[in-house]
Design a binder for this molecule. Structure first.
Ligand code: NAI
Ligand code: MG
Length: 353
C-alpha cells in the first residue's frame, strides 16, 4: 500500500466547497481500487487567514509544505476585502516560485455532454505545456523619466535550462499520447529569444525520433485553436504565449468551472501544486451551487503526475458520464447542486467497481 501525504489548501469562497467534494471523490476511487491512499492535511491559508493574521500563510508555511508529496489547492481571493495582488503574491505565486514549479500544464478536451462555444467542432484533446518560471514574465527592467519622456523596459529571459526543461516535458508527455508536439514560436517578429527557442526545439527533438513536430507562430496558432483545435496533441509555449493559449483552451471547452491546471516541479524534488483554473467565485460562494468538476479533473492531473494514469482515466470517464446524464450545475445550464454532481460522480465510480 502506497500512502501519500497531501497538503490541502481550500482557500476562499467556492474553494471551500469544491475541494472537500473532490477529496470525497478521490477517496472513493482509492478505496475501490486499493494499492494507494491519500492522507489529506488541511491548512486554512486564505484571505480570511490574512484578515486575522496579516499574512496569507505563516512565516514557516513554505517549510511546512516541503514535507508533503503534493499540494491540492482550491482558489484564493476575497476581492472586496483583500486586494488580488496581495492574495495572489502572498500564497499562489510564492508557492509556485519557492517550490520551483517550472511547468504549468492545462488540458483542453471536447467533453461528451458539454457544449463548446465552437460550432460543430471535431473532437479535440490537447494539452498546453507552459514554461512557468521565466520568459516574458521576468523582473528585469525598469521605468524612467516622466511626462512625454517616460519610458519602460522589460526584458524577456530565456535560459537553455528552462527552455529545454519545458520542451522535454512536452516530448515525454507526447510519447504517452498521440506522438505530436507543436512549438509556439514567433521567430519572425522577435529576433533574439524566439530564434533561440527554435534552436533549442530543434536540438531537443533529435532525442525523440518517433515524435512528429510542427512549429507555428503564436498568432496563427491562436487562430488554429478556434478553427481546428483537433489537429493538436501537445503544445509547448513560453510563459506569456502559454498563458494566453491556455485561457483560449479553457474557453473552447465550454466553462471555466471545469478547467483543471497543474504547476509541476518536474524534478520531483519538491511538491507540485494542483489547482483548478477558476477563482473563488464570490458571486456564488456559500450557495452550494459551484461546479466541482474542475476540482475533480484537477485531481485526475494529480493522479496522472503520480503515475496512476489508469485511475486518472476513470475520473475523467466519470466526469463525462455525469455530464452526459445531464446532471449539471448552473454554469453549464443545469440546476444541480455541488452535492448532486459530487454524489453522481461517486455513484458512477462505485458502479464501475
Ligand atoms: P472566478 O473564476 O472566481 O469567477 C468567474 C465567473 O465564473 C463567476 O461568474 C463565477 O461564478 C464563475 N465560476 C467560476 N468557477 C465556477 C465554478 N466552479 N462553478 C460555477 N461557476 C464558476 O474569477 P473572478 O470572479 O475574476 O475572481 C474572483 C476571485 O478569485 C478574485 O479574488 C480573483 O483574484 C480570484 N482568483 C483566484 C484564482 C486562483 O486561486 N487560482 C484564479 C482566478 C481568480
Ligand atoms: Mg491567465
Amino acid at each position: 500500500m502506497n500512502q501519500y501525504e497531501i497538503a490541502v489548501i481550500p482557500g476562499d469562497g467556492i474553494g471551500k466547497e469544491v475541494v472537500p467534494a473532490a477529496i470525497r471523490v478521490i477517496d472513493t476511487l482509492t478505496d475501490i481500487h486499493g494499492g494507494l491512499s491519500f492522507k489529506w492535511t488541511s491548512f486554512p491559508w486564505s484571505c480570511e487567514y490574512y484578515l486575522e493574521h496579516g499574512a496569507m500563510m505563516p512565516e514557516d508555511g513554505i517549510q511546512t509544505l516541503r514535507n508533503f508529496d503534493q499540494i491540492f489547492l482550491g482558489a484564493v481571493g476575497m476581492p472586496n476585502l483583500v486586494p488580488d495582488h496581495v492574495s495572489l503574491w502572498g500564497l499562489l505565486i510564492k508557492i509556485r516560485r519557492e517550490m520551483q514549479q517550472s511547468i504549468n500544464v492545462r488540458p483542453a478536451k471536447l467533453l461528451n455532454g458539454l457544449a463548446s462555444p465552437l460550432r460543430d467542432p471535431e473532437p479535440f484533446d490537447l494539452i498546453v505545456v507552459r514554461e512557468n518560471s521565466e520568459g516574458e514574465y521576468s523582473e528585469i527592467g525598469g521605468r524612467m523619466h516622466s511626462g512625454s519622456d517616460e519610458m519602460a523596459i522589460q526584458s524577456a529571459v530565456f535560459t537553455r535550462k528552462g527552455t529545454e526543461r519545458a520542451m522535454r516535458y512536452a516530448f515525454d508527455l507526447a510519447k504517452k499520447r498521440r506522438q505530436h508536439v507543436t512549438s509556439a514560436t514567433k521567430s519572425n517578429g522577435i529576433s533574439h529569444s524566439m530564434p533561440f527557442w527554435d534552436d533549442v526545439f530543434k536540438d531537443v527533438l533529435k532525442d525523440y525520433p518517433d515524435i512528429a513536430t510542427t512549429s507555428n507562430h503564436i498568432d496563427a496558432l491562436a487562430a488554429f485553436f478556434v478553427m481546428k483545435p483537433h489537429v493538436f496533441d501537445v503544445i509547448v509555449a513560453s510563459n506569456l504565449f502559454g498563458d494566453i493559449l491556455t485561457d483560449l483552451g479553457g474557453a473552447i471547452m465550454g466553462s471555466i468551472g471545469i478547467a483543471p491546471a497543474a504547476n509541476l516541479n518536474v524534478e520531483r524534488t519538491l511538491p507540485s501544486m494542483f489547482e483548478p483554473v477558476h477563482g473563488s467565485a464570490p458571486d456564488i460562494a456559500g450557495k452550494g451551487v459551484a461546479n466541482p468538476l474542475g476540482q475533480i479533473w484537477t485531481g485526475k492531473l494529480m493522479l496522472d503526475f503520480m503515475g496512476y494514469e489508469d485511475l486518472g482515466k476513470l475520473l475523467l470517464d466519470a466526469i463525462e458520464h455525469v455530464l452526459v446524464s445531464g446532471i449539471k450545475t448552473r454554469d453549464l445550464g443545469g440546476r444541480a447542486t455541488t452535492e448532486d454532481v459530487t454524489s453522481a460522480v461517486i455513484e458512477y465510480l462505485k458502479s464501475c467497481g
